[in-house]
Design a protein around this ligand. Structure first.
Ligand code: MSP
Length: 665
């Protein structure tokens, strides 16, 4: 079985994650899921990069130990990845012992190769990048990546003989690995090649100016340079430095997915370290572009970031996953705008997928007693049209993913959904009076054929959607009367004709309710994308239409603070959810509040699916007397706003970093 080991960069723990971080992780997860679906043995690693000057500074400012800051942010990342359905097999932190042992091992090997020596070192240092830059690379004296002031720093350091590896690196760029270019896309390979061709200087790999790092073996007072420390995570997580090398032998070398800002570290330093240590170089470095806001890289230091929290509260995790994957040409930069997000959401998810699915399901339920049709037609190479479209889309989808053209894989799904919609519009299966007229048997057969084809093509589209929006794919399968899960899919699931005949089709609310862009922009004051600093793309649903908000309560209904404090409001995490059978509105949730797990039933099933709830943190009334709802004992209540127009529930959003059990007041 083919094997593939994907890694994301490990994230700095001096900031909450923003859309840029999320992008790297979501695209890597999407690729990992795609190759698993193809039947490969895939491993996915992510984690946090916790040492270095930046974290030391933040901790000092907060008056706490650096590990306190690191713990907090590592938890935020872990929770966010869980919320986003990231299918990582491991999460490594550079403060773990297993990592330190691996770093020590690699340094031992590099030292044994004679590639370390001590020398004085001075140069222009960017504290943000944790890197020295030659004067010629500075822009007006500032860091070429962040535009920050650089400082002249002088140290007595341990050096790595990077210069020695120039020729071997150039050979690596020339030959690639296993017949594939070492860096993707090739334009980036050229950048790296010119950098190496212009001459490599030896690299300082220890620091004495900071103490928050891994002690450099045999050099008291020195800590390991943060990039050497960080890069090694890709193999310490596989067991390098321990006595159990099973994972290392099974999965290394891996494929590193990274942003273009950290290409040099991955395509120059990292293979050189590995060559020196006598270990295989990575299989490939896959580098993507940046999400921009106002034409600038979105980053904390620039202050122009979009956080995922509000977006997710308003539109759901998969809407954001879909946007990130489909709206950026992989490898290039793209601007993040509210308009694009909403347009894509409405066109692809609310309309393309949601509306097409509910039309086809509704007709099938109406004509075939709540089920899928009981007969279907044979396919030929030329038809029916949706079958031909599904085949073409499936091929395009696979080729696109294999070529890292993720946006084209998304376009193939869009194309198939368009073909299904066109088929429904062209055949008008709802019309009983037809030209030429059909007998009732013929009408039954005609509708069966058309609707089976459309539902089956929707099933194929959901298989293709699974790597990008896994929970949505699982939900589409459920709505099509099958119990497949995105995680169980294999390449063979794209074959035509797997939708069961006569399968019950559940009634369901809209999959992705349409967003009203006009109202949305009105509520935000003119829709100026990127106008606000630290802005979120979407406010929670109740903010969409401020003019329709419910008036404040009258003075008579005011309560004292003591009365209010009688209500024990807590953050809880939904660990399982299922719709209550025979009830339209009720959802049964298994909720963890601190240490305790309990059942809470809420009237939110018309607004949320079980999949949308699992993994989310919500606010609950924890001390409500138990009540029986449809025979189920509910021990608490979930808090949600009521949308004025539809009466639909909109759950209160909680920052994923808040621990379950935290008190709300
Ligand atoms: N800690 C290093 C990586 C060490 S890997 C051995 C680091 N961390 S980071 O948190 O700053 O960035 C992690 C990833 O987020 C990088 O791939 C980076 O490119 C990505 N992004 C951060 N901002 C981004 C955008 N605005 N757009 C897209 N991705 C960007 O670097």
């Amino acid at each position: 079985m083919a094997r593939r080991y994907f890694t994301t960069p490990i994230y700095y723990v001096n900031d909450r994650p923003h859309i840029g971080h999320l992008y790297t992780t979501v695209v890597t997860d999407t690729l990992a899921r795609f190759f698993r679906q193809q039947g490969e043995d895939v491993r996915l690693l992510t984690g946090t990069d916790e040492h270095g000057q930046n974290i030391e500074k933040v901790a000092k400012k907060e008056g706490v130990a650096p590990i306190v800051v690191a713990d907090r942010h590592a938890l935020t990342f872990r929770n966010l990845w869980k919320e986003f359905g990231i299918s990582n097999d491991d999460f490594i932190r550079t403060t773990e012992l297993r990592h330190r042992l691996g770093v020590e091992e690699i340094i031992r090997r590099i030292d044994a190769a004679g590639d370390l020596y001590s020398a004085g070192h001075e140069g222009w240092y960017c504290a943000n990048c944790e890197a020295f830059y030659p004067e010629k690379d500075l822009v007006d004296g500032n860091c070429p990546v962040h535009g920050f002031k650089t400082e002249w720093q002088r140290e007595e350091n341990v050096f790595f003989r990077l210069s020695k590896y120039g020729p071997r690196l150039l050979e690596l760029y020339e030959k690639g690995v296993e017949g594939k270019p070492f860096v993707f896309p090739e334009s980036r390979l050229n950048e790296v090649r010119s950098f190496v061709e212009s001459g490599l200087k030896d690299l300082s790999v220890s620091r004495t100016t900071i103490s928050w790092g891994i002690p450099f073996p045999g050099r008291p007072g020195h800590v390991v340079y943060v990039w050497l420390d960080a890069l090694v995570n890709y193999i310490t997580a596989l067991g390098l430095g321990s006595s159990d090398l099973t994972l290392y032998e099974r999965y290394w070398p891996g494929i590193h997915v990274i942003g273009k800002d950290i290409l040099r570290f991955h395509a120059v330093y990292w293979p050189a370290f590995l060559m020196s240590a006598g270990l295989p170089v990575p299989r490939q470095i896959v580098s993507h572009g940046w999400w921009l806001r106002d034409a600038k890289k979105m980053s904390k230091s620039t202050g122009n970031v979009v956080r995922p929290d509000d977006l997710v509260a308003a539109f759901g995790v998969d809407a954001l996953r879909w946007h990130l994957v489909s709206a950026m040409s992989f490898g290039q930069d793209a601007n993040f705008s509210d308009e694009d997000f909403l347009a894509g959401y409405n066109a692809d998810l609310a309309n393309g997928l949601g509306n097409t699915l509910s039309r086809a399901v509704k007709m099938s339920r109406d004509f075939f007693g709540g089920k899928t049709p009981s007969v279907r037609r044979k396919t030929t190479p030329g038809g029916p049209l949706v079958f031909v479209a599904a085949q073409k889309a499936g091929d395009d989808w696979k080729n696109s993913f294999e070529g890292y053209r993720l946006q084209d894989a998304a376009a193939a799904i869009r194309y198939l959904l368009g073909a299904i919609d066109a088929e429904i519009t062209a055949t008008e299966p709802w019309k009983a009076l037809r030209q030429p007229p059909l007998s009732s048997e013929e009408l039954f057969e005609f509708r069966s054929h058309v609707l089976y084809d459309c539902l089956e093509a929707l099933r194929v589209a959901a298989c293709m959607l699974a790597p990008i929006a896994p929970r949505t794919a699982t939900e589409v399968f459920r709505r099509l009367g099958t119990d497949k899960r995105a995680e169980d899919l294999r390449a063979s699931d794209l074959a035509w004709g797997l939708l069961p005949l006569d399968a019950p089709l559940p009634a369901a609310p809209p999959l992705f309710p349409r967003a009203d862009a006009k109202e949305y922009f009105a509520s935000r004051g003119a829709g100026t994308a990127g106008a606000s600093k630290e802005s979120s793309v979407a406010d929670t649903k109740e903010n969409i239409s401020p003019s329709k908000q419910i008036p404040p309560s009258s003075p008579e209904t005011k309560i004292s603070i003591d009365d209010f404090l009688k209500i024990d409001l807590r953050v809880g995490e939904v660990i399982a959810a299922e719709k209550v059978e025979k009830s339209k509105k009720l959802m049964k949730m298994t909720v963890r509040i601190g240490e305790e797990v309990r059942t809470i039933v809420g009237g939110i099933a018309t607004a949320y699916t079980a999949e949308q709830l699992v993994g989310r943190k919500l606010v609950f009334v924890a001390n409500l007397a138990p009540a029986k709802l449809m025979g189920i004992e509910s021990n608490g209540m979930v808090l949600a706003a009521t949308l004025p127009e539809t009466g639909e529930a909109s759950l209160l959003a909680v920052d994923p970093s808040v621990p379950s059990g935290a008190k709300v007041k």
